[in-house]
Design a protein around this ligand. Structure first.
Ligand code: EPZ
Length: 425
């Protein structure tokens, strides 16, 4: 397993280009299942999770063409779906494979998708996905670890329904949104997730001929149509990668320019970074950020969009670890998203957990050590902390977690002046 070796204490200077958003690319790739015509995608990020999902789609029978001159441009054609099945060997690697369930069921009238297991950050059940599809008259049986979904209606089509999910669920909203596009009649999704990635998916579905109202709100109204056609779409920039680089410069110090991003999708994060002392200026899709002092402590509470995103919680904790005082971080979305705390403690951080709240006392400096990545955002947190461990060496193990959601992060940070190298094992 590869490792990262980081010599801390180097400030960051220069410009970094943000890649396409992982959490927009994954549902959008699955949406290609809804039509037999080509779907041409641009700005697709080079991530392990994207590669895994492409394999799932190819197993199902989707033809995937890669542009030899542009690795971020792919064309998917789901003309002949040979087997509407997503099996365990790939689903276990990437739980977002559940996003093929809604489209496959709507397109083929039946689907078998392996039940995603839990993951490091929580149990992450998919009961709301299933509840919503059942409301649309899908027959769902869970047996031997598989979700067996089928439609018994004579026309083999899902029926529009009014659905109120028990909690706000991002991929649950996306699964049901995609299924509703080809259902008979109107579907109302209340308590829908408002994350920008949901809107990016919805905007592409509209370009494919879907009839969707309320995009960006917590109530989506979908009028089912007979068929969707192909389209061309550019994946939105990754707001979490953007926030991660902003936390990196806030922790390491320096002055960077972030390009090809979308500042309007991370207001809550920008507000908290400004409160921490990061100097930020914005022009169109560019963010300039400068930090020349220790960060101030900032209290964080993760909530659904447009609140502070849970996917930025670990990265901000690394910043609070070297701040000038005490802060609290409340994680309200996932029940086990503090796995990075014990690893930060190995770097000299002073953190106490009480239930869903982490109490952080800033220390002047972190020390280098060998630490272990436990999940995607935790690994980004450890990179940020290592950058701030002045004149010290940190080794981060199991960085396959990092590769799932960040495209060549060590190259991007290296260009900014970080002393970071990948040790291939
Ligand atoms: C999406 O996960 C993201 N992944 C996650 O990003 C992100 O952390 C999360 O939304 C919250 O913003 C993708 O979009 C691919 P949820 P998702 O359903 O959809 C509970 C990253 O680091 N729940 O919104 O799986 C669930 O357990 C990843 O990029 C149910 O109980 O999250 C959680 O407590 C990590 N039953 C809460 O709801 C359900 O059927 C929110 O989960 C669905 C969810």
């Amino acid at each position: 397993m590869d490792k990262l070796k980081i010599e801390g204490g180097k400030k960051l200077f220069g410009s970094v280009k943000i890649s396409g958003a992982k959490n927009a690319a994954l549902p959008i790739l699955c949406a290609a299942l809804l039509t037999d015509e080509p779907v041409i995608l641009h700005n697709v990020p080079a991530l392990h999770d994207v590669n895994t999902l492409i394999k799932v789609l190819q197993q199902i029978g989707v033809n995937v063409e890669f542009n030899p001159h542009d690795p971020e441009n792919i064309t998917l054609t789901a003309k002949n779906i040979k087997s509407p099945i997503a099996n365990y060997d790939l689903v276990k690697k990437m739980r977002a494979s559940i996003l093929v369930l809604g489209p496959l069921l709507a397109r083929c009238g039946h689907a078998v998708v392996s039940l995603p297991g839990g993951c490091a950050i929580g149990a992450r059940p998919v009961d709301q996905h299933i509840k919503g599809l059942q409301a649309m008259q899908a027959h769902i049986e869970i047996a031997h670890g598989d979700i067996n979904a089928s439609i018994h209606n004579l026309d083999k089509k899902l029926q529009g329904a009014k659905i109120v999910t028990d909690m706000i669920t991002v991929t649950g909203t996306e699964n049901l949104l995609m299924a509703a596009c080809l259902a008979n009649g109107r579907t109302i999704l209340e308590n829908a997730a408002r994350e920008p990635e949901v809107a990016d998916l919805a905007n592409m579905l509209v370009k494919m001929g879907a009839k969707i109202q309320g995009i960006g709100t917590d109530c989506l109204i979908i009028e089912g149509v007979e068929k969707l056609h192909g389209t061309e779409h550019k994946i939105m920039p990754d707001r979490i990668e953007t926030g991660t680089f902003l936390c990196a410069v806030a922790a390491a110090g320096g002055e960077i320019t972030i390009t090809h991003t979308q500042p309007t999708t991370l207001d809550a994060v920008l507000d908290k970074l400004i409160e921490a002392g990061l100097e930020i200026s914005i022009e169109d899709n560019i963010i300039h950020a400068k930090m020349d002092k220790r960060p101030k402590p900032v209290n964080i509470k993760t909530t659904e969009y447009p609140g502070f995103p849970t996917d930025m919680q670990a990265q901000f904790m690394a910043l609070n670890c070297i701040s000038t005082g005490a802060s609290t971080i409340s994680e309200t979305i996932f029940e086990n998203r503090f796995m990075h705390v014990q690893e930060l403690a190995r770097l000299g951080a002073n953190i106490h957990i009480d239930g869903k709240v982490a109490f952080v006392n800033g220390v002047h400096e972190l020390q280098g050590a060998t630490v272990m990545a436990t999940d995607l955002r935790a690994s980004a947190c450890l990179v940020i902390a290592a950058l701030a461990a002045h004149q010290d060496t940190t080794i981060i193990e199991r960085i396959y977690h990092l590769d799932r959601g960040y495209s060549h992060i060590e190259d991007k940070l290296g260009i900014l002046g970080a002393d970071i190298q990948r040790i291939k094992e």
